[in-house]
Structure formats: structure tokens, C-alpha cells
Design a protein around this ligand. Structure first.
Ligand SMILES: Nc1ncnc2c1ncn2[C@@H]1O[C@H](COP(=O)(O)OP(=O)(O)O)[C@@H](O)[C@H]1O
Ligand SMILES: [Mg+2]
Length: 259
């Protein structure tokens, strides 16, 4: 596969006080792939998402998206440029409907802004109805269209997690960062989510997936990168990563840690 690189981390370091959450990490995500990012708790996985989306400014190193540096860009501009994420813990607007949650995301591209909305200009009305249509289509694609008018907080947990993905898709991203989207799922829910992620990728998105469930990772990813204590210790085809002694050690710990 010689697809172009969509996201590139170059010598990325993120230091919090004395902790190097990321230590000179190099990683390339290719367009159209599902790349799994795995590693023990505290390895730095979520930090990758936080730095890429502009929540934190890296201590060192560079992030290129479609070849352009994200340095100094605000979170909003990074979202607009085509990167969207979900969170490890569900963060929805509980008192808004499922559809409204997705609409908060489609808003990033609307041009009429606050003034247009206040005076309900023709442009803002046009944008509003186009956004609603798009949001509804995304809910259908994700398989939760039947929930569109329900308050997010009343949805079953699994649908809340799917709604998070729908909301991320609302910003019309090229690259989706999914942070443990299957957390708390049973095996059959995990399988269904895996199929959904493949469907998302097959419809043109690139997916960077943080996931703990190894069978899900092995099933759907094209490549797996492994972080341990902020360092990348492996980056390869799923099968090869699974048998990599360094990776096994990172997950099982060394005997000296056993006490
Ligand atoms: N905002 C922060 N302030 C201080 N330390 C942080 C912050 N965010 C993450 N860390 C630390 O960075 C390390 C990596 O965290 P994280 O990226 O959340 O790990 P993972 O997602 O792989 O479990 C941990 O030691 C964590 O405590
Ligand atoms: Mg995390």
C-alpha cells in the first residue's frame, strides 16, 4: 500500500512536569488506513490525540497534516482543517437531542455565524436546513437515526458511544481519532463496533484508533503502533506486533514489577 501520508508525527515530545508522556515519537498515518494505537494505561495514547487536536502544545517535535504543520493552530482551526476526535469518556451534551449533538459539530463550517442566526438571514436558514439534513444522514449511517429526537442522556450507553462518533463525523473530517470507542462493550457490541469502524473507513475516512481489546484490534486494523512509557516500541502489521517480545513484555510487565 503506497497511500499518501495524512498525519505525521515527527520526534514528538510532550512533557508534563517531570513526566514525558510522549518521548520523541515518530508515527505516520496513511490515508485510508485503520491504524491502531495500543499500549498499557498511561503509555501516552490519549496524549497523542490531545497534542494532535491542539489541546496541548508539544514540548518538542512537529505534527504534519496533509503535509502542513499544525504548529500554533487553534483547536478550532485544526478541526476545520479535517481532524475530529472522540473522547475516552463519553462527552455529549446530555440535555440536547442526538440530532442537536451532531449539529453542534456541523456548525464549524457554517459561515453565517451568530449575527446570521440572530437575524435568521436567508443564508443562515439555508445553512441550518442543510446541516440538519447532513446530521440526519450521519445518524443514519451510524445506525442510530431512530434516536435522533431523544436526549443524549437518555440513550443506552452503546448508542451514546456511537453518537460520539456521529458528532465527530459532523465536522466533515478526513481523519477520525477514536479514543477507546469500545470501552465497556460486551463481545457482540465490540464486533458490531468493529464492523462500523470498517464501514467508516471504507466510505473514505482515515481512522486512528486507540483500543485495548486485542481481538478487535487484530480483526480490523491495517497496522498497529505500540506505545510504552511515552515511547513507540513497535509499529507493524497486526500479526507481527502480536508476537513482538517487546510488546508482550510491555503488556505483561517484567518479573521485577510483580511485587
Ligand atoms: N494534563 C496532564 N498533566 C499531567 N500529566 C498528564 C496530563 N495528561 C496526561 N498526563 C500523564 O501522561 C501520561 C500518559 O497519559 P495518557 O496519554 O492519558 O495515557 P493513555 O491514554 O495511554 O492511558 C500519564 O502518566 C499521565 O498521567
Ligand atoms: Mg487514554
Amino acid at each position: 500500500m503506497t497511500n499518501p501520508v495524512i498525519l505525521e508525527l515527527k520526534d514528538l515530545t510532550m512533557q508534563f512536569g517531570g513526566v514525558k508522556a510522549l518521548n520523541q515519537v515518530n508515527l505516520s498515518v496513511k490515508k485510508g488506513e485503520i491504524l491502531a494505537l495500543i499500549g498499557p494505561n498511561g503509555a501516552g495514547k490519549t496524549t497523542v490525540f490531545n497534542v494532535v487536536t491542539g489541546v496541548y502544545k508539544p514540548t518538542n517535535g512537529e505534527i504534519l497534516f496533509n503535509g502542513s504543520s499544525l504548529k500554533g493552530k487553534s483547536r478550532h482551526r485544526i478541526t476545520k482543517s479535517g481532524i475530529a476526535r472522540t473522547f475516552q469518556n463519553v462527552r455529549l451534551f446530555g440535555d440536547m437531542t442526538a440530532l442537536e449533538n451532531v449539529l453542534t459539530a456541523t456548525d464549524v463550517h457554517n459561515k453565517s455565524g451568530l449575527m446570521g442566526a440572530m437575524f435568521t438571514s436567508p443564508r443562515s436558514r439555508r445553512e441550518e436546513s442543510a446541516s440538519r439534513k447532513k446530521a440526519q444522514e450521519i445518524l443514519e449511517f451510524i445506525g442510530i437515526a431512530n434516536r435522533s429526537d431523544q436526549l443524549a442522556r437518555n440513550l443506552p450507553y452503546g448508542d451514546q458511544r456511537r453518537l460520539e462518533i456521529a458528532r465527530a463525523m459532523g465536522t466533515n473530517p478526513q481523519l477520525l481519532l477514536l479514543d477507546e470507542p469500545a470501552a465497556g462493550f460486551n463481545p457482540s457490541e465490540k464486533k458490531a463496533l468493529g464492523e462500523l469502524i470498517v464501514k467508516i473507513r471504507n466510505s473514505g475516512y482515515t481512522v486512528l484508533l486507540i483500543e485495548h481489546d486485542m481481538s478487535l484490534v487484530m480483526d480490523i486494523s491495517d497496522r498497529v503502533a505500540v506505545l510504552d512509557f511515552g515511547e513507540k516500541i513497535a509499529d507493524d502489521l497486526p500479526k507481527l506486533v502480536q508476537d513482538n517480545p517487546k510488546v508482550i513484555e510491555a503488556y505483561l510487565g517484567v518479573p521485577a514489577d510483580a511485587s
